[in-house]
Design a protein around this ligand. Structure first.
Ligand SMILES: [Zn+2]
Length: 148
């Protein structure tokens, strides 16, 4: 594919961990049925990471696929709010600071399922094991990019 010079290339770029670290990558899949808010079916959570080796943003962007279709995009930052404030050089109570700590719906999310319900599902699924996987994938992606 020819590379395109566009505005978007100056924005932080994210790639699925699997594209960079290959088989070491695992995506999380859950089946849902009988939810009042979310359609039944298989939900796959593809964690993506920023591809700038010099950027230490410590977050993942998760694409949620429902039966193979991209229905939502969720940002998740596992570090403390104070980490992101320092990282962005923001003062403690700056109101305009974008939310990086915890989970939030990304502005580019297609929202093909109710976003608040999706966010609740994501938060309900969050556990130490999954967070540990994000951290591990993040490190592996950055290490792989640094070797290139
Ligand atoms: Zn980054």
């Amino acid at each position: 594919m020819p590379s395109q010079e566009s505005e978007e290339q100056r924005i932080m770029e994210f790639a699925p961990a699997g594209e960079i670290i290959g088989e070491a990558h695992r995506v999380r899949t859950v089946r849902i049925s009988g939810s009042a808010l979310l359609p039944d079916g298989e939900y796959v959570f593809v964690d993506m990471y920023c591809t700038d080796p010099s950027c230490d943003c410590r977050k993942t962007m998760v694409q949620v696929l429902h039966n193979g279709k991209h229905v939502a995009t969720i940002n998740y930052g596992w570090e403390s709010p104070s980490f992101y404030r320092r990282w962005m050089g923001c003062e403690a109570d700056e109101p305009d600071m974008p939310q990086m700590h915890g989970a939030s719906i990304d502005i580019t999310s297609p929202n093909l399922v109710p976003p608040q319900a999706m966010l609740s599902l994501f938060n309900a699924l969050l556990n130490e094991r999954w967070i540990g996987m994000f951290r591990k994938h993040y490190k592996a992606v950055k290490a792989a990019l640094a070797r290139e």
